[in-house]
Design a protein around this ligand. Sequence first.
Ligand code: HMG
Length: 420
Amino acid sequence: MKWSGYYKLDWQDRIQYLVENHVIDATQAKLMAENYSAVGDQQVENYLYNFGVPMGLLTDIEINGEHKSVPMATEEPSVIAAANNGARMLNQGDGVHAAFKQRLIRGQVIAINLDDTGAFQHYVQKHTAQLLAVANHAHPSMEARGGGAKDIVIEPLDEKTVAVDVLVDPCEAMGANVVNTMAEAVAQDLRSVGFEILMGILSNYATEALIEANVAIPVAALKTKQGMAGADVAQRVAQASYMEQLTPYRAVTANKGIMNGVEAVVLASGNDTRAVNAGMHAYAAESGQYKGLAQWTVSDDGQFLNGSIKMPLMLGVVGGSIGIVPAVQLNQQIMGNPDAQTLSAIVAGVALAQNLAALRALVSSGIQAGHMALQAKSLALQVGATVAEVPLLVAALEKSEQINQASAQALLANIRKEKR
Ligand code: HMG
């Protein structure tokens, strides 16, 4: 089968080619056609069809004094229930307070084969104003909005290599395209005076866009249905949080749980989940050991569980796919059309909610009770239950001692036998 030039075919012909070559059959081609999106066809290369991710709602989380509803895109059962559960607890205090100290994106311009790195650094220091002007001239609208290139930081890398880092305020955008344009312009300017520049590119390690979120929850809000007192839950959550500072094996799992919520909101808001993910994990290892991003402690008087999280977060509310995908605009509307700072505060709040719900479950009834109960619907579909059979099978699984594929299959067979 020949693939060269496949990308030049139009969508109909791309699908037809797959059918003719027995990669897919006619029914599958129909499924692709049903999920065709003209926007999708413009967004990515070799476009086939839109792969749907279920979208659910976090109904109410209080962020900086405002109650927000937050759409979340995820395929994993129990994530959205947990976010709601966590937010319900966060809202019992005065909600989440989240803010940036600064919000800048970094572009690296890497100079190589320098005979004298000191002389190069001296040149950059002396010409900082000029280099900033070059950067701003490459994308003047950003400066006109009050943003643009604000500073230059010199990052010596080895005895022959120095990165010239341009720090850019991207206003309401995430800034990738802006900063890349600026970094390339600065690279060109440095080349023109004789320096060898390897490349200019943004960094997704957004250490100049660290958001910090805090919450204080009255311990009574944490008590469980099974009868564990709120004060005990609070102590155990704090202990669990401390474990994430001790062992990366626990920290990675806890951060995965945080990313359950973070990625779901980042994706729903039309932002780049990979950029956020890469930056978050690098920051988690900032001290040299990978640690949990969130921390929970009990207040000295034992009355409050205090939570905090600090993470690099560069999100936009304009640019990229945001303006072109109607579902993203719908999601922004549900959140009250937040600006970039508010969207980031929402994401940081969801991170705390998600982590708290998981830790509370882990240190009380265990994760499987809640998670597996909600997994039952997916399990029912996996073993072939029809839409009408799903509620019957879920009810049977909830009563069953085991929730797994074998028990689901056996219970489904029973349901069908009883129906005959
Ligand atoms: P529960 O205590 O049985 O629920 O929790 P409840 O019936 O008492 O409801 C409490 C609230 O939870 C509700 O308030 C809802 O807000 C929400 P209400 O509306 O009644 O006033 N809620 C739901 N929201 C939407 N849909 C639902 C739903 N059920 C409850 N169906 C629950 C049950 C699953 C929420 C709880 O056990 C929980 O939060 N578990 C944590 C689950 C979790 O973290 N899942 C993520 C996947 S596991 C993972 O990937 C991460 C992990 O490894 C991370 C780590 O190790 O740190 C765990």
